[in-house]
Design a protein around this ligand. Structure first.
Ligand SMILES: NC(=O)c1ccc[n+]([C@@H]2O[C@H](COP(=O)([O-])OP(=O)(O)OC[C@H]3O[C@@H](n4cnc5c(N)ncnc54)[C@H](OP(=O)(O)O)[C@@H]3O)[C@@H](O)[C@H]2O)c1
Length: 341
């Protein structure tokens, strides 16, 4: 598989490609879960999955009501009847823990997990847990969610001799910045990134992009630490029409509108990257790949491959494990049993 260099993203250029049609597969007997499945790219991906007849399609939204509304539309448009709602607020660590408890009681397998949900905010909004919201919802929350679901995913691989995929939706914007050497130099980088004092307007202007770097770092860590019987993969869906920019105001909103009118993909087109990452290619090709338009893997951003990038990745991962261990007493056991140390 050829690898595309991602330098156009570094220069802020987002080329528009003629996309291949959505990849089709047979998901009979399999369980698929997707977060942020009521809007934009996630909703369109959920509909594509529904046409492939999975045994169970878990529609994860901020509330059961939103998930049920999404399921009604999926049923109406595809005729698929086995979608199930689950509530998850990624901006609340207790919701992630409760979700995992429910999942461990109700899911006997999990073949495809898509971490798609995210927010883009223009100002500092603290979550209920007191975290900067983009950091928690887009990056820290999804990492905890994946870790807590690992026992089900790895047991699926063992019991059914299949290779489950963990698909984390990132963005080409991961190429446009880094995490910030000043934050990396502090004793706890995540706490620094989250603090109101650190989050000046200049820092917040890069925060969404930074969370998309953390998404790629999560996949790199999973590749390093998980057995080959699980395929972690990340992707950039391209610039798409969706609800993501709903909070933009002023000059930036005008700029987004122009971009949307000139070169945006539809959410359906963006969702094809999720489907390719979830069922396309071979497991060897997709393991650790950063999938971009036309299903070509991207070279990882230079900063991420630099010594500083790797140091940041290791440091933030350690901080996450420590944090999650304090939040949920299942985490230390999961780390010992399922991750290579
Ligand atoms: N659109 C683009 O141009 C673009 C480009 C690159 C990458 N992406 C990525 O694509 C993914 C999907 O985004 P989208 O463009 O489809 O945006 P979207 O239409 O705004 O969808 C985002 C989804 O995330 C959910 N979500 C937000 N906060 C949440 C929380 N606290 N807990 C649980 N779910 C939450 C939203 O739920 P609510 O409806 O309840 O808010 C919604 O379902 C994101 O990871 C985004 O970063 C998008």
């Amino acid at each position: 598989m050829a690898i595309r260099d991602g330098s156009s993203y570094m220069n802020g250029i987002f080329p528009k490609f003629e996309l291949p049609p959505v990849v089709k597969g047979d998901l009979t007997g399999k369980t698929v879960m997707i977060t942020g499945a009521n809007s934009g790219i996630g909703f369109e991906a959920a509909k594509h999955f529904a046409t492939m007849n999975p045994a169970r399609l878990i529609i994860v939204c901020r509330s059961v009501e939103k998930a049920q509304e999404s399921i009604k539309q999926i049923e109406g448009e595809t005729g698929y009847k086995n979608a199930e709602p689950m509530a998850l607020d990624l901006g609340k660590f207790s919701s992630i823990s409760e979700f995992a408890t429910r999942a461990s009681k109700t899911l006997d397998r999990l073949d495809i997990l898509v971490e798609n949900a995210a927010v883009a905010l223009t100002e500092y909004v603290p979550s209920e847990d007191g975290w900067e919201s983009m950091l928690q919802v887009n990056a820290v929350g999804p990492a905890m969610h994946v870790l807590l679901l690992l026992p089900i995913i790895i047991n699926t691989a063992k019991q059914h001799s299949v290779v489950p995929r963990i698909v984390v939706v990132s963005s080409g914007l991961a190429y446009t910045c880094d995490i910030g050497s000043d934050a990396i130099a502090t004793p706890n980088t995540l706490e620094t990134l989250s603090s109101k004092k650190y989050c000046t307007a200049e820092v917040l202007a890069k925060r969404y992009q930074q969370t998309k770097i953390l998404n790629v770092m999560l996949v790199r860590k999973l590749v390093e630490l998980l057995p080959k019987t699980v395929v972690p993969v990340t992707l950039s869906p391209g610039f798409c029409l969706s609800g993501l920019r709903r909070n933009a105001t002023g000059e930036i909103a005008v700029q987004f509108k122009k971009m949307e009118e000139t070169f945006a993909y539809t959410s359906e087109e963006g969702s094809r990257h999720i489907i390719f990452s979830a069922i396309g290619g071979t497991d060897e090709e997709l393991r650790g790949a950063f999938i971009s338009e036309s299903w070509i893997p991207l070279e990882l951003p230079d900063w991420m491959l630099s010594q500083e990038g790797k140091k940041a990745e290791d440091k933030i991962w350690t901080e996450m494990l420590t944090l999650f261990g304090k939040l949920d007493d299942r985490i230390p056991g999961i780390v010992t049993e399922y991750l290579k140390v």
